[in-house]
Write a protein that binds this ligand. Sequence first.
Ligand SMILES: Nc1ncnc2c1ncn2[C@@H]1O[C@H](COP(=O)(O)OP(=O)(O)OP(=O)(O)O)[C@@H](O)[C@H]1O
Length: 261
Amino acid sequence: MPTDTLPNPEKSPERSSGELIRLEQVTKRFGDNTVLDHLDFSVDAGKHVTLIGPSGSGKTTILRLLMTLLKPDEGTITVDGQKLFPATEKERREVRKQIGMVFQQFNLFPNMSVLRNITEAPVTVLGMSKDEAVERAKGLLDMVGLADKCDARPAQLSGGQQQRVAIARALAMRPKVLLLDEVTSALDPELVAGVLDLLRDIARSTDITMLCVTHEMNFARDISDQVLMFDSGRVIEAGSPEKIFSEPEHDRTREFLSAVL
Ligand SMILES: Nc1ncnc2c1ncn2[C@@H]1O[C@H](COP(=O)(O)OP(=O)(O)OP(=O)(O)O)[C@@H](O)[C@H]1O
């Protein structure tokens, strides 16, 4: 695939080390429900980390905190050394520019063309010229296999195509971090493999840092440098995909994997 429009087309060794995301003692409650309980973890630049665990264990909540769609009750979150929480709104906005997210339900703007869905944020948030944004968007649409859909509206596309547009839209901001939240859960089964293959390509050919919540264990095995097993808002086991999937140490990990594999 053409890589000139990708966020970090060449894997640069200096970008592939050091901590990019850090959560320290993060607690999130919804009423009496403590969803994240003094959670600590970090993700190094350029790494692909997958969160697995039972439904309701707090995986999506972590991504929503990083997107600043939620606020933690306690703890600190930093991205590339910059404060996300606690921070001023201005500081948060700056950090947010470095984070792209692809949601389960695509979340495209229904009244905008495919091209405009992708150019909107680079122009309005990053101040990119319209011409440059259009050129980049066309390159990304080519990469995701939808070069001929610039003028289509999202409703005219299949779920798989809409998710490809959502991936292109996230990458158009050249984020350092890409958050993927069960991106194939809403797709018809025959469309899942194509979207996962696209993400495998992106994982292989860029040095973008990925934090991924997925129930697709083969995908997790393929792209992950590290897998974190969650239970009740805590990381109970972490390791390489080989270790977690082949030799899990924790009973809860074994139970979870035997239910989903
Ligand atoms: N906005 C909210 N208001 C109240 N409770 C919430 C809210 N968002 C999440 N929760 C609760 O927080 C808990 C964790 O939810 P979260 O979506 O993070 O889990 P998850 O591990 O991603 O689950 P799944 O795999 O099913 O998506 C659940 O008990 C959920 O009901």
